[in-house]
Design a protein around this ligand. Structure first.
Ligand code: CUA
Length: 345
């Protein structure tokens, strides 16, 4: 191909030499200073974010079960590998940007040509395969213990039903006792959660105890773990389920076994405290803690609170924007709530 290189080079020089009327070019030292300033500013922002988050921003919460500890170790391995790759790639990028910069070389002159490097190319082809094999191998090795409580010395698991509702969690214990938003678990006894939903998808997630599992209408999901730390652990519905999704917070209290047994026995027999729990967990999230109205209308003065049939119908079927919160409640549950509402309002 016959190309007049000399003419092309001349043309490009002419283009370069055209005065820029509308762009104010900064002199190189000023530009460099501005670049450094922007870079330092960005770096400061990144570091400030990390410092503010502390360890809580980087690591999952302290595990309170061997299952959560296993999930955490998988997390650390993946963070280590991806962190190493990040440093390697960004480091190489900076190195190349600095080492192969133009140093005032005219545009039409090509820079130094770098030829292939067989060993390096083999390394970056085989390296990722090995890394992915290590990650997959480690995850498969851990997976069996993440969702297996038998391997951890538990024989019979405590079976608890977890129902996701708009916008609360209902827990049903083996003896029929019920609690709302606050789950009590026996210390060092394996638990098997039977996770369901009656309305829309929700997701059960208490990171300190185990992984995330969805509550799906028409499907039962099971989550097994062994709580081995006393204390209260917070969970959050992890599937957007409507306006009050963010209010679907669960507190899981791991208590010594005798205390757990006493709690479920008392709950099943007397329902002590359940009425208030239902009001706070179910009604107040939309109607306000004083029934003053929030995203739902005010209910404190509503005559329906005194109307047994009307209230039951409303709770069981919902109305307008109000979900059918009490669709599968027992009459006992509704009476417990009515007794609390009567005393409160
Ligand atoms: Cu339930 Cu989000």
């Amino acid at each position: 191909i016959d190309v007049d290189l000399e003419a092309l080079a001349h043309r490009s020089r002419k283009l370069d030499a055209r005065p820029l009327r509308h762009v104010h070019r900064m002199p190189p030292p000023v530009r460099r200073f501005v670049n450094v300033l922007v870079l330092v500013g960005l770096l400061a922002l990144v570091l400030a974010g990390l410092a503010a988050a502390g360890n809580g921003g980087l690591a999952p919460p302290e595990p309170a079960s061997p299952n959560a500890a296993d999930i955490r170790s998988v997390y650390w391995l993946i963070l280590l590998v991806t962190g190493g790759i990040f440093v390697l790639v960004e480091g190489a990028l900076f190195l190349f940007v600095i080492r192969y910069r133009s140093r005032g070389r005219p545009r039409e002159i090509e820079g130094p040509q770098v030829r292939g490097h067989t060993n390096l190319e083999l390394a970056w082809t085989a390296g990722p395969v090995v890394i992915l094999a290590v990650i997959a191998g480690f995850v498969f090795y851990k997976i069996s213990s993440i969702n297996d409580t038998n391997a951890q010395g538990a024989t019979t698991a405590e079976q608890i039903r977890v129902e996701g509702h708009q916008f609360y969690w209902e827990f049903v214990y083996p003896n029929g006792a019920i609690s709302i938003d606050r789950l009590k678990l026996p210390y060092k006894r394996a638990v098997r959660l039977h996770i369901v939903s009656d309305d829309v998808n929700h997701s059960w997630w208490v990171p300190a105890l185990d992984g995330k599992l969805d509550a799906i209408p028409g499907k039962a999901n099971y989550l097994s773990f062994l709580p081995d730390k006393l204390g209260t652990f917070t969970g959050q519905c992890a599937e957007f389920c409507g306006v009050q999704h963010a209010a679907m917070i669960a507190h899981v209290e791991v208590v010594p076994r005798p205390q757990y047994e006493a709690y479920v026995r008392e709950r099943a027999a007397t329902k002590h405290g359940l009425g208030k729990e239902i009001f706070v967990g179910v009604c107040a999230k939309c109607h306000g803690l004083a029934g003053q109205g929030q995203i739902g209308p005010a209910i404190a003065q509503s005559p329906i609170l005194q109307d047994r049939q009307g209230l039951t119908t409303l709770l069981r079927n919902g109305r307008g924007l109000m979900p059918a919160v009490g669709k599968n409640w027992t009459d006992d549950q509704i009476d417990t709530l009515r007794a609390y509402l009567k005393q409160r309002f």
